[in-house]
Structures are given as C-alpha cells and as structure tokens.
Design a protein around this ligand. Structure first.
Ligand code: SF4
Length: 464
C-alpha cells in the first residue's frame, strides 16, 4: 500500500521577516499566501530555513538601518537571502542598488509590490516542491490569503502608489502612481476576512480619499450589482457588510478633500467607525506649499469644525512634521495654535529628517537637528496635554471594547481598544477583571466596559 506518510517529501522552508508599515505588511501577506499555495513551509526563524526573504522599509533613516541590520543578520544566520520591499528600490550615492552595494551576496533584490519577482527568485534558488502529498496549510481567510495580524483584525489595501509628490516623500518613486484595486476584488477580500473571524477591518492605501481617481470612478461589480470605484460607495458597502458580522470598519490615510463630507454621515450613523486618520503634516499654508501637500488649500480648521458638527463623537488622528526646511518660529507657532484650536485627539510628530532622494533636501533653510528636535518636543507636549484632557472626558462613559488580549479568559483582566484606538498607533484600554464571576473576556470579542480612569495615552475600564 502506498504510504503517503513515508513517501512524503518535507516541504522546503522559507524564513520570513516583515518590516515597515501596514502597506509593506500587506505585501508580505501576498508573498506568504503565494508561498503557502505552492506548498512551501514558512517559518519565523532564519536558522534552519532553506532560504530567507526579508521585506524591507526604506522610508526614514532609522527604518533603513533596521532593514540593513536584518539583512545582515539573515546572511550571517542563513546565507541565502532574497530582499524585497521599499529599500530594495533604493539607489546608493553612486546610483547603484543600495542593498546590492552593501550586501553583494544577497540572491536577489526587488522593490515593493513584487510578489511575482520574489516568487521567481524563490523558484530559482529553492525549486518548487513537487510532492502532490504536500498539504497546503489551512488558510482561515480563504481568498483573502494569509494575514500577519491577529485573527480578529486585518488591514485591507485598496490601492497602490500615489499621484502626489510631497517633497519629503519618496514613496511615489518606489511604488509609482495610484492604481486602485477593482472594487469587486476589495469587497470579495473583505467578505473572506469577515467570514474568517475578522472583527475590525482597517482600510489602508497611500491616499484613501483618492480611491478610484485613476479609473475615473468606473463602475465595477460585486455580487452581480454595479458599484462605483469610489470611497463613498466602498465605505457604504464595507459598513453594511461589517454590520452583518458585528464588525468594525476603520479608515486610514484620508485627505481632507471636500468629498470627504459625503462619508461623514456614515460615521455619524455608525455604519463605519467615527474615526478619521488624516495626515495633516502642518498647518501653515506656506509650509504646506513647500511640502506640496494634497489639499493644502483647504481651510482645515473649518473642515474639522464641520466634521465635528456632523459627527460629534468623531476621533481625529493625525501626524505632523516639525522643523521642515525653512520653517520659521512664526510658522511653527502657527502649528501650535492650530493644535490648540483643532484639538486633534491623537497626534504624532516627527522631527524633519532628510530622506535620501526626497525633493525637500534641496529646499533652502535646513534647520539644525537640535532645533528640529526641540520643536518636535514642544509640539508633543501640547499634543499630549490635548489628548490627556480628551481621555479624561471619557471617564464615566460606557464604551464597546474589542478585546486584544485576555489571559485566562480575562480573570485577571485584559487589554482592548475602543473605536477611538487603532491598533499599533493609538492607546489601549486596560481592562480590569470583570466584577461578575460569570463574565469572561475573549480575544476578538467585544465587551462593554465603563471607563474608570485615564493614564497617559491609555484608559482603564471595568468590563460590565
Ligand atoms: S500623499 Fe504625499 S506623503 Fe503620502 S504617499 Fe503620496 S507623496 Fe507620499
């Protein structure tokens, strides 16, 4: 009798390291899904793997260093390394590929969004398994592929690339112009994710508001019904779909174009979470012009006031840059006073740091690093005071909390998030042990909780 067990060829093992932002994470998920579908086994370690793939980030200097260190580590521990991702698209000062220049022994280097090129390199250096008895690892998300996030939340990428040319950013040179995914594909993936147990879907792209611009908002199809490739229709469909699964939909990287006003009622009626991640980067019109920011002509304070009038519960997250080239003290103070008026709920700030290849490097008036850092610290002091005051206002309120961690069914408490907290970037809710002995907390489930305190960026709550 044929013994499948004894004749089984063990699947080749591919070590995988995924660095960088949520967009890079979705690239990793595509590569892992393909490896999985072809019968490769994926492991998190470098030692013992037959080959290693490192998905890199090339955005800021710290990320470049982390990526280069990881490549060096993979080469030392394994020796057979394929590099992909944003750093793979970067050139060194002499115009040669930076990764190849620093690590000539890597097997192959590709840029971001290069699943096929990565798979070609894998096939060359670690041939495809031929054993028909190699099982495919079960994949709970079906057509949505493998996800690197915990099972109860997932990022969904709706487009690639960007049509803007912000002077501090090199993403368009690495990822190209905007290419929107067909709306039917996005909705099919979303449904597979909800079916697989996702309770929070995080919509990402480089510019979520621009979804469909490249295809002139063409009509696509989903479940036989026509639907426009546009943020409003996408948000409506995702919101309605999520409702059926008792799940959340959260929008990231949205720009304050007037068309966003159409999406606000969906937040006010809780079809999608009343949470807006809008990267303002600055407030002063001259700095925004030097940054070549999208929507730089918008009157953002008025827009924010309008959003809050339509949806009073809205939570606004944003990121800013302090010490951009040429920023005067008066321009920086404009930013501080914008913060005081706009009362951004969740704000992050980077001290400007030159990114190799960015147009902003050629702008006059580069500030000393100490001054850039000092402005960042002043900004964060103001931002944290605003955020702390906002969190204090939540004490006494009862909110839905999505549980992220709850050892022992929450008998000693757990950690979760409300609609106001995106994973990884915002604060969390520290859940106290439930008072009722019969109440349990489970990862990926919602619990109601009464907010009893606020510390730093986090809340403390009593599950009820
Ligand atoms: S909008 Fe600007 S910062 Fe964002 S990806 Fe496009 S060019 Fe870069």
């Amino acid at each position: 009798m044929y013994n499948a067990e004894s004749n089984r060829v063990s699947a080749p093992k591919v070590g995988f390291a995924s660095l960088g932002c949520a967009k890079a994470l979705t690239d990793s998920e595509l590569i892992l899904t393909q490896l999985n579908a072809e019968g490769y086994q994926t492991v998190k370690t470098f030692q013992g793997a037959d080959l290693v793939i490192v998905n890199t980030c090339g955005f800021i200097d710290d990320a470049v260093k982390e990526s280069l260190d990881t490549i060096a580590e993979a080469l030392a521990e394994n020796g057979k390394v394929i590099v992909t991702g944003c750093l793979g698209a970067k050139s060194g000062e002499d115009g040669r590929n930076l990764v190849r220049q620093l690590h000539p022994s890597v097997l192959a280097v590709t840029g971001p969004q290069a699943t096929q090129a990565v798979m070609d390199a894998v096939h060359t250096h670690l041939p495809k398994p031929h054993d028909p008895f190699v099982d495919l690892v079960p994949n709970v998300f079906g057509s949505a592929g493998i996800k690197l996030t915990p099972r109860h939340f997932a990022y969904i990428k709706i487009s690639e690339g960007c049509n803007h040319r912000c002077t501090f950013c090199i993403i368009p040179s690495m990822r190209g112009d905007l290419v929107s995914r067909p709306i039917g594909d996005v909705l099919t993936e979303a449904q597979a994710l909800f079916e697989g147990g996702v309770k929070e879907l995080l919509v990402i792209s480089q510019d979520t508001s621009a979804y469909g611009v490249d295809v002139k908002y063409r009509t696509g199809f989903w479940n036989g019904k026509p639907i426009k490739t546009r943020l409003l229709e996408l948000a409506e469909s995702l919101g309605d779909m999520a409702h059926g699964y008792g799940a959340w939909v959260r929008l990231h990287y949205v720009y304050p174009y007037p068309s966003l006003d159409d999406v606000l009622p969906l937040m006010a009626s809780a079809r999608i979470l009343p949470y807006l991640d809008v990267p303002f980067q600055h407030s002063h019109p001259d700095v925004l012009k030097r940054m070549k920011r999208p929507a730089s002509g918008e009157k953002n304070l008025e827009r924010i006031a309008h959003w809050r009038s339509v949806c009073p519960d809205i939570v606004i997250r944003s990121t800013f840059i302090a010490g951009f080239p040429g920023e005067t003290e008066q321009e920086f103070e404009h930013l501080l006073s914008f913060m005081a008026d706009a009362k951004i709920d969740r704000a992050g700030c980077f001290a400007y740091s030159p990114v190799q290849g960015a147009a902003a490097n050629d702008l006059p008036g580069m500030l000393a690093q100490a001054l850039r850092e000092e402005r960042r610290a002043r900004f964060m002091e103001a931002a944290e005071a605003i955020s702390a005051a906002k969190l204090q206002q939540r004490v006494g309120v009862t909110l839905q909390v999505l549980v992220d961690s709850a050892p022992g069914l929450g008998k000693k408490g757990g950690v979760g998030r409300t609609y106001a907290d995106a994973p990884e970037v915002d604060g969390v809710v520290r859940l106290l042990p439930p008072e009722k002995i019969s109440k349990t907390l489970k990862v990926g489930e919602f619990t109601k909780a009464r907010i009893v305190g606020a510390h730093g960026h986090d809340l403390v709550a009593q599950p009820i």
